[in-house]
Design a protein around this ligand. Sequence first.
Ligand SMILES: Nc1ncnc2c1ncn2[C@@H]1O[C@H](COP(=O)(O)OP(=O)(O)OP(=O)(O)O)[C@@H](O)[C@H]1O
Ligand SMILES: [Mg+2]
Length: 113
Amino acid sequence: MKLIIAYIQPHKLNDVKAELAKAEVAKMSVTNSLGCGEQKGYHESYRGVEFEVNLLKKIRIEVAVNQNYAAKTIDAIIKGAKTGEIGDGKIFVIDLAECVRIRTGEKGNDAIG
Ligand SMILES: Nc1ncnc2c1ncn2[C@@H]1O[C@H](COP(=O)(O)OP(=O)(O)OP(=O)(O)O)[C@@H](O)[C@H]1O
Ligand SMILES: [Mg+2]
């Protein structure tokens, strides 16, 4: 199992949802997020040393999938989120050790999908 975490531009959420639906991925968690990537803008100073952090509004999407859905989930997120401009977002993929459906006690592949 994989846990796919994506940070995307807020205005691309509907496109990403549509692409995930096309890929038959229906389960997800979505939260508002603040983040920064390579570009910087917002100034902070620590002990007189000024550095820059850039916290911009992003959307965080988490999708836990079986192995055979990982590639198409990632592809769908890219298809929905990509404009080609900086700040399009980033995807992290983590090996997922366990998943439990609370109602039934099912675990692993049975619980995830
Ligand atoms: N290394 C990282 N660790 C944690 N979160 C990150 C990391 N890189 C990016 N993010 C998250 O992803 C969001 C989007 O990142 P962004 O697309 O700007 O990445 P980037 O590396 O700057 O690429 P680009 O040059 O295309 O802008 C960030 O606002 C942040 O929330
Ligand atoms: Mg960036």
